[in-house]
Design a protein around this ligand. Structure first.
Ligand code: ADP
Ligand code: MG
Length: 418
């Protein structure tokens, strides 16, 4: 079917034409369509049979521009091709944490998927101070499986390169290259600043040679390190949760890049939440200690569990694959050393990328509600300074942290956990 942009009126007629929907909806005469308002780039609709609300799907369609801005910012709708391919691959590798795809059409630039209507977007939940005891376990599983099983440590030489080829995502990578690694560090017109930040605050980033050099190195690494299939935009607005379950949504930025980029995205976002709750917990009428402790514990656990699970995937694969490379007396030990240095390098990448993700949320075009929605601009500026201070130290010192606990200690030094 040739591309057409669906709307509230045409959507049900389109769904009726799909065989795949006949196994989901027992009846097409009572479908209610609601548009979900909080997407930036695309249109998202929930379609539910009002006679049986268990019969429900989400339809997401890309338009040839950025939804939030309009036609003045064109962006190829083919970005949906990457989202479809990534959802399918991630769902195959980690079905518990990725929505099921019921139907997808590259021609129509749309996907029909599992409606996560019993879940909420994690960012909003964290802003409200909610706890998710299984979050770290689930996120670390997703990261370990999707990153290990799409890398050269697992795939054969041909499949890996074919995957790299399929996931050349030029336009969306370019958004990251500009908005995460370039614009925030210069006087760029896409930037926006809390008016309470001073010139010194801004120059703390814009005019620091060491910082500019390492950020440029991180950008180069992002562009030249086709290590594994990344989600590509794994901030806490791309995670949907309830107390039992966790799902990663919205992988339209998927491409083959450095593993640390996805891990850093999650960790960097949690540090920003930690800083924001030095103030937000008071707004909620609570003492800040307990919730901020949970955020730091979750951050620690995400890295530590990721590293453990990645290591398990790798050793299991090694044992199962009859690989002769380490087959000599000290081979086991040498293989263990390889895993250790590899994880150490992924860790320093994650710290560096997480830092860039943090800085761009303070100066760049796209903010995080955790911080930017704080009405008191002086309080907001205090938090923004904490984020900048932490991020600068992280990216410059990224190779000198020997554990996640040490990184968490830095966050506690900047904003004491009391
Ligand atoms: P965009 O690419 O435009 O940012 P998202 O994929 O982030 O779009 O989706 C926008 C919003 O739609 C999400 O924040 C969430 O509220 C909702 N949403 C997206 N996918 C689902 C889903 N499978 N189930 C329930 N809600 C969803
Ligand atoms: Mg998106």
């Amino acid at each position: 079917m040739a591309y057409q942009q669906l709307n509230l009126q045409t959507l049900v007629d389109f769904l009726k034409t799909l065989d795949e929907m006949k196994t989901i909806f027992s009846d097409f005469n009572h479908l209610e369509v609601k548009e979900v308002g909080d997407g930036n780039l695309n249109f998202v609709y929930m379609i539910t049979n009002t006679q049986n609300t268990e019969e429900t799907v989400v339809l997401k369609q890309a338009v040839p521009y950025v939804r939030l801005v309009g036609e003045s910012w064109p962006l190829p709708r083919e970005r949906m091709n990457f989202e479809i391919m990534a959802l399918e691959k991630e769902n195959e590798l980690c079905p518990k944490h990725v929505p099921d795809v019921y139907y997808a059409s590259k021609e129509m630039s749309l996907v029909v998927m599992q409606n996560l209507n019993k879940h909420r977007v994690l960012r909003g939940e964290i802003i409200q101070g909610k706890y998710f005891p299984l979050l770290a376990d689930h996120v670390s599983t997703f990261l370990a499986k999707t990153l290990f099983y799409t890398s050269d440590w697992y795939l054969d030489y041909r499949s890996k390169k074919e995957m790299v080829g399929k996931f050349i995502n030029i336009d969306l990578c370019n958004i990251t290259e500009d908005l995460v690694f370039t614009d925030p560090y210069e006087k760029n017109e896409t930037n926006s600043y809390n008016p309470k930040l001073t010139k010194e605050d801004i120059n703390f980033i814009h005019e620091d040679r060491d910082l500019k050099v390492v950020v440029a190195q991180m950008k180069y690494k992002f562009m030249n390190n086709a290590e594994a299939l990344l989600h590509g935009d794994l901030h806490i607005g791309s995670i949907m949760v309830n107390e039992e379950e966790t799902y990663m949504i919205d992988p339209e930025f998927a491409f083959y890049g450095p593993m640390g980029f996805d891990i850093g995205a999650v960790i960097g976002n949690l540090f920003m939440s930690y800083f924001s709750h030095s103030y937000r917990q008071k707004l909620l009428g609570r003492k800040p200690y307990a919730y901020r402790k949970w955020l730091l514990d979750t951050t620690e656990k995400i890295w530590n569990e990721f590293a453990r699970k990645f290591d398990v995937c790798w050793t299991e694969h090694q044992e199962a694959s009859n690989n002769l490379y380490w087959d000599y007396t000290e081979g086991k030990e040498h293989f263990a050393h390889l895993r250790e240095v590899t994880l150490k390098r992924i860790f320093s990448d994650a710290i560096g990328f997480g830092a860039c993700k943090m800085m761009r949320r303070i100066f760049g075009l796209a903010k995080v509600a955790d911080i930017a929605d704080i009405q008191d601009l002086d309080e907001r500026a205090k938090i923004e300074r904490m984020v900048l201070q932490m991020a600068k130290e992280m990216v410059i010192q990224r190779e000198n942290f020997s554990s996640i606990e040490e990184l968490v200690d830095l966050a506690k030094e900047i904003s004491p956990l009391i």
